[in-house]
Design a binder for this molecule. Structure first.
Ligand SMILES: [Zn+2]
Length: 356
């Protein structure tokens, strides 16, 4: 009995330690969002908004300095491969200084990445955050009801629905006050959480094929991290190359030609996207193993090299095709989530009647 208690304790400690890594979901919300908003003509009315200062009091986020523009903004070159999860976080956004102007399309793209900066870091939210990558992970990952996960399998876990609703409510207040800039900026933040749910690794904590028999604890968790990170970086870089005209626009098409669904609230949209994403996650994980290969199986940390990336994007074998098909489905879900959210905001906030 004593042994079992001690063993359970050790396992729990190990799992807590291992799950406490940061994750960012999609590496480039900005690029993907820019392709969705491109087709939304109603946003053109908000082509010239004045950037206003942040005058809101939001005690639920880390108190960080608000950024309006990025002096160091530089897009990667077509021959570069940037490992988003492992390198020091770079901010890919342009923005505009206070007093200058910006379009809603640009703003939504730029700041759909904002919640991945520091907003949700170093917060005490729940004892369960240790199982989801600390406070940031606990807000950006959501394991739907009836799914298997630690520590409370079966129960929904994570704050993503609430966070999407929180920023949507702030957007509503801003528009009511006539603050269009912050209205859209809060919408961009809210949108981020909805979009995160289309990344299957953010709705599923565990997949049986990732079990590492040689090292069941560290090996298994490192394996999950390896595949999660290579998945995000690979797609982020490939998407950029498509925009730069270096690759056929397969992922761009998937994002753009998706159809919206009827939405009740941002909170319910997050849950809807998370459920769909979770149901399809076995296929994502299986095709990830098939495509990236077994070298990403732990216990060591493995990441993609530049050579391997440029070789992999030109592969046409069955494993590459199966993976590509699955990624297209995920990005279609991303596009669907984004369009559904913005269409809901347009109607609910009566943005067509809004005097910009
Ligand atoms: Zn995120």
């Amino acid at each position: 009995m004593k042994f079992r208690t001690a063993a359970n304790f050790c396992i729990t400690l190990l799992i807590i330690t291992i799950f406490s890594s940061s994750a960012y979901a999609w590496a480039r919300h900005d690029l993907m969002t820019s392709e969705v908003v491109r087709d939304l003509g109603w946003l053109d009315k908000f082509g010239n908004m004045t950037v206003t200062e942040y005058l809101y009091d939001d005690p639920t986020v880390s108190q960080i300095k608000i950024q309006y523009y990025n002096k160091e903004y530089k897009e990667l070159l077509p021959d570069e491969f940037y490992n988003h999860a492992l390198y020091e976080k770079r901010k890919f956004f342009n923005g505009s200084p206070v007093g200058d102007s910006i379009s809603a399309k640009q703003l939504l793209a730029d700041f759909s990445d904002e919640p991945d900066w520091e907003l949700d870091q170093n917060l005490e939210l729940s004892w369960m955050q240790a199982f989801s990558g600390e406070s940031q992970g606990y807000r950006h990952m959501y394991y739907p009801a009836l799914s298997f996960h630690m520590p409370m399998g079966g129960w929904p876990q994570g704050q993503t629905p609430e966070r999407a609703q929180h920023f949507y409510d702030l957007a509503k207040t801003s528009f009511e006050n006539g603050d269009t800039y912050w209205g859209f900026r809060f919408l961009a933040r809210s949108l981020h959480y909805v979009q995160d749910m289309s990344q299957p690794y953010h709705t599923r904590q565990f997949y049986w094929e990732f079990i590492n028999l040689k090292d069941p604890f560290y090996g298994t968790i490192q394996t999950i991290k390896n595949y999660h990170f290579v998945y995000e970086s690979y797609i982020g870089n490939l998407f950029r190359l498509e925009q730069q005209g270096e690759m056929p626009k397969t992922l761009i098409s998937a994002v753009r030609y998706s159809l919206p669904v009827e939405v009740e609230s941002p909170e319910s949209l997050v849950k809807y996207v998370a459920r769909r994403s979770y149901w399809q996650s076995s296929n994502t994980m299986q095709t990830s193993i098939g495509f990236f290969g077994e070298s990403y199986m732990g216990p060591g940390a493995v990441s993609m090299s530049t050579e391997d990336f440029f070789y992999s994007i030109r592969r046409g074998d069955p494993a590459a095709k199966a993976f590509e098909q699955d990624v297209e489905r995920r990005l279609t879900l991303f596009g669907k989530a984004t369009k559904s959210f913005l269409e809901f905001a347009r109607r609910d906030l009566k943005l067509d009647e809004y005097k910009s």
